[in-house]
Design a protein. Structure first.
Length: 199
């Protein structure tokens, strides 16, 4: 029989690997080599809090009171749309600078963006609090082992994505590569914004 810890890790990894707003943000910061540790920490700790809330039973609260998630819907859609439009503008005017030579963003701005991509996204609540929380609680006394596995998966993924993306800096010395990446990010963000409003 597979241990709850391993099941939690596998489930968490299956959910987090899907391309979304949070992953696209971590990827871009990693390529730019800007505040990567802070971005990874913000995303990993935020998901830890959300998963722990789900394991503790807050998933039932969210399911009972769907307005808790709905309150973030329009704010999240607006946030994703704005970021998507900024990415589209960058795609129209790509830079050929080496990521390390680009003007660094302020740490506070990067941290706030990371928090926004996590806490203003209603899908994050459904994945972490409701889905992972529900699955964890099926393991009763071992539910926290399942939760620890899911947290470990998220931490491993964000670390690999953020620091692994730094190896792509040579490719992104070309303006065309930034154009493709920012075009992809713009489409992802705006698509997620539309999906958020419709759900």
């Amino acid at each position: 029989m597979t241990s709850p810890l391993l099941l939690g890790f596998m489930t968490g990894m299956a959910l987090i690997v899907a391309i979304g707003a949070q992953n696209a943000f971590v990827l871009r910061q990693g390529i730019q080599r800007q505040h990567v540790l802070a971005v990874v920490a913000v995303c990993a700790v935020s998901d830890l809090v959300l998963i722990a809330a789900g394991v503790a039973g807050f998933g039932a609260l969210v399911t009972t009171y769907p307005d808790v998630v709905a309150m973030t819907k329009f704010a999240g859609a607006a946030f994703l749309t704005c970021y998507g439009l900024l990415a589209a503008r960058r795609a129209c005017r790509p830079s050929g600078l080496q990521p390390a030579d680009a003007a660094p963003a302020r740490l506070v701005s990067v941290v706030l963006a990371g928090l926004g991509f996590t806490w203003l996204n209603p899908h994050v609540y459904l994945d972490t609090v409701v889905l992972l929380g529900t699955m964890a609680n099926q393991h009763r006394g071992e539910r926290w082992l399942f939760g620890m596995g899911a947290v470990a998966a998220n931490t491993v993924w964000f670390t690999a994505l953020g620091f692994g993306a730094r190896g792509l800096h040579g490719l992104f010395a070309r303006p065309s590569a930034w154009r493709v990446l920012d075009g992809f990010i713009a489409a992802t963000m705006i698509g997620l914004a539309v999906a958020t409003v419709r759900c």
